[in-house]
Design a protein around this ligand. Structure first.
Ligand code: ATP
Length: 330
């Protein structure tokens, strides 16, 4: 039995429509018109305990809606969800005791309270036994380097510091499952690395199941073995990132610095992506032209200073994938 089960999940929001101008506003008071937004149409997936899954998709694809349903904040329009045997939105109290949630754009700490007081309050709310709370708190404070910040009011923290405190807050009751909605949004590079490192340790060392939404492809690269892509409320693919890459862009890039002027190569099946005076960037399909053969052909005919092969950046793969599936912003 998977730890998280999502079957044919659909969510339709009803949004009040308003005609423009003052007359529209007046009319809206007496005769409301509604428009339906199908945020999720038919999403199914399951997650085993200890997995780390990245949930990606363009703006408006339905990622936050999924996380809100999974964490019990929202009720779906139809479909079935079970997390650890509970239906999140029907058994909220028991459910929230088992999960941790971090929303990159929202705080669950008290703005004017020192960090440590917020932690104490949360421990009370979650009814964590005092000794257990102290142990877990001290462990998280050490892992997240929070010691110097504990007495500061949350509003004085930098975004990076606050996110570290948010992670601790979400984990004080030692949940087995963690939902993260854009946890690295707005963070600078070192803070992003710290968050990724922490999430990785939590998953690998403590076995916490993690479902994370993100627009940052470096989060995906650094963390996730499995990626789900949704677009316009539908699941487009579910699997390792490498199979997604192979399905859209079986392409390698060859960067060559020549000893002299960059030549015209004219090799069938190889395209020139970029050229400068002494270098070329080539694109080719390694299943059609083996990489060693291509390198051997070029180095046999031309004097080469340096050569290296890489793959298209993950951002490019994802952008192509969205294009192929016509999954632009909703
Ligand atoms: N409370 C709401 N009322 C009406 N429509 C909503 C509400 N919340 C979300 N939507 C709509 O549902 C769709 C999915 O939104 P959602 O926030 O789940 O997408 P997302 O993938 O998280 O997007 P982003 O990457 O921009 O955060 C969008 O069209 C959005 O406008």
């Amino acid at each position: 039995m998977p730890q998280i089960l999502v079957e044919a999940l659909a969510k339709t929001y009803r949004v009040a429509e308003r005609a423009p101008g003052l007359t529209g506003a007046m009319l809206g008071l007496v005769r409301r018109r509604w428009r339906e937004v199908h945020a999720l149409a038919d999403v199914s997936f399951s997650l085993e305990a200890g997995e780390l899954l990245a949930f990606i998709g363009p703006n408006g694809a339905g990622k936050s809606t999924t996380v809100k349903i999974l964490s019990g904040i929202l009720r779906p329009s139809s479909g079935r969800v079970e997390v650890d045997g509970l239906v999140p939105y029907e058994d909220r109290v028991r459910h929230v005791a088992r999960i941790g949630v971090v929303f990159g754009q929202r705080s669950q700490l008290w703005w004017d309270l020192p960090v440590i007081d917020g932690f104490d309050l949360l421990a009370d709310i979650y009814r964590v036994e005092p000794e257990r709370y102290r142990r877990r708190r001290d462990e998280l404070v050490a892992m997240l380097r929070l010691e110097p910040l504990l007495d500061q009011p949350v509003r004085q923290l930098s975004l990076g510091q606050r996110m570290r405190a948010e992670f601790a807050a979400a984990l004080l009751h030692d949940p087995a499952i963690l939902f993260l909605d854009e946890p690295t949004i707005g963070l600078d590079a070192p803070s992003k690395l710290a968050v990724r490192d922490f999430v990785r340790r939590l998953n690998r060392e403590q076995g916490v199941t993690v479902l994370l939404t993100t627009h940052d492809m470096h989060d995906v690269e650094a963390l996730a073995e499995r990626v789900i892509v949704i677009g316009q409320g539908r699941l487009l693919t579910d699997g390792p990132f490498e199979s997604l890459r192979a399905s859209v862009l079986a392409e390698r890039r060859l960067h060559i610095d020549f000893a002299g002027a960059a030549p015209e190569l004219g090799i069938p099946g190889v395209t020139v992506r970029a050229r400068s005076e002494r270098s070329l960037e080539l694109a080719f399909d390694p299943t059609k032209i083996p990489t060693p053969k291509l390198i051997a052909d070029i180095t046999a005919r031309h004097a080469v200073d340096d050569i290296h092969v890489d793959e298209p950046a993950i951002e490019e793969v994802i952008a192509r994938f969205y294009d192929l599936h016509d999954a632009g912003e909703a």
